[in-house]
Design a protein around this ligand. Sequence first.
Ligand SMILES: Cc1cc2nc3c(=O)[nH]c(=O)nc-3n(C[C@H](O)[C@H](O)[C@H](O)COP(=O)(O)OP(=O)(O)OC[C@H]3O[C@@H](n4cnc5c(N)ncnc54)[C@H](O)[C@@H]3O)c2cc1C
Ligand code: HEM
Length: 403
Amino acid sequence: MLSESSAAVVTATLPAVRAHGEAITGRFYQRMFDAHPELLDLFNRGNQANGQQKAALAAAVAAYAGHLTGDAGAPWGPVLDRIAHKHASLGITATQYPIVGRHLLAAVGEVLGDAVTPSVAAAWDEVYWLLACELIAREARLYAGAGVPEGGPVWRDWRVTGRARETTDVVSFTLAPADGGVAPDFIPGSYVSVAVDLDGGRGRQIRQYSLSGRPGADRWRITVKRVRGTAGTPDGLVSGHLHERVAVGDTLRLSPAFGEVDATGDGGPLLLVSAGIGLTPAMAALARLADRDPSREVTVAHADRTPAAHALRHELPALQERLPNLTVQLWYEDAVGADLPGLKAEVSPGLVEPERIPTVSGVSAHLCGPIPFMNAVRADLLRRGVPADRIAYEVFGPGMLPA
Ligand SMILES: Cc1cc2nc3c(=O)[nH]c(=O)nc-3n(C[C@H](O)[C@H](O)[C@H](O)COP(=O)(O)OP(=O)(O)OC[C@H]3O[C@@H](n4cnc5c(N)ncnc54)[C@H](O)[C@@H]3O)c2cc1C
Ligand code: HEM
């Protein structure tokens, strides 16, 4: 709870903080990296460059302040979970919170100037630490659950035991713990962070990849789409590195599996909607259901550019054999060559038509794909009466969908 005096100050200053949110967080990153260049490798340079990181931080702080002062906005718990799981996968420690707090509050002062009186600064300090304490507590529980020692490194070496080219732009890597241990079980929808040292002394970068293989198998699998630059933007750093430099026998540094979303839903009918590489959590969900709940009513609705670009498509016939109530609906912008022996699927040309995705009463939906795709599908599911809390989703980048 925010103290009464701080609540009044935060309510009065929240519109200004919201209006300047991204200027504040932009300034915050500059200040923090000047003072702590060692933190640069922890943050995603692509998200720094395209502004998504500062937008996600600004939105989270403003939403939390709104929540503390009584805004009836979107439920706050899922936002905290999202951040805590992402932080845990990056190995963020409690000792780093004072650094972020100091530079964030200094940035508020720099951007808002004289408006930041000592009582305004004290009120926002209180907001920051309430939020920080909630995150630190959640992250501590996640580390304990994953067997990470307090303040200890999250990273573990994994050996690449297989590499499979799925499409022109997508490669899967099969991974086993380098120490000979067993790959832990995971919840479908979980992801790992992968830390790579870029060649040419370009430092370290970390990215997240959803586990796309069968939970409970003795190996993990990630399926990585190579991100190519367009119109003057550079090629993706980590996906390019994984595609070009990582071969069978190499070692990769991975975090434990984290992720707040269980892509298999809650036991009732399940709808898995994906586009492009967003199919990775759905593939783990199908594999888990084939093992544990084969009679589940499941619909896969997937959109891709072409059948040839649809990664892991060849796994669908065997899954459908093991999941007799699995319905598959596919959209290809160019559907030539869509027939796949053994697969019963409804194939349509063109872009996904959200209104044609079937829903039944009690369905839980899991969405993963580009944000405009997920927004369109979610809006249509909501329109057709699927409750918001039954539509889970995964953003392959920072932030969440608008409430
Ligand atoms: C929870 C989660 C799960 C994920 N699961 C998967 C998965 O299963 N499979 C998968 O393939 N991906 C997955 N991703 C995405 C993955 O983490 C990476 O974001 C992706 O591989 C791109 O990383 P990169 O280093 O190759 O690209 P980056 O180097 O991060 O570049 C990303 C984009 O930013 C642009 N950019 C970079 N620098 C600049 C600049 N200076 N100016 C303008 N634009 C710039 C690049 O052109 C590119 O379009 C997941 C992400 C999350 C958060
Ligand atoms: C109260 C304090 C904090 C808040 C509100 C906060 C908020 C956020 C948010 C909203 C995201 C994006 C999550 C997503 O992917 O959707 C994020 C990611 C991240 N945070 Fe924090 N954070 C805080 C503290 C910290 C600290 C102490 C560190 C460590 C220095 C840190 C490092 C990171 C990193 C490295 C990412 C990933 C960035 C990326 O991949 O682009 N954060 N944080």
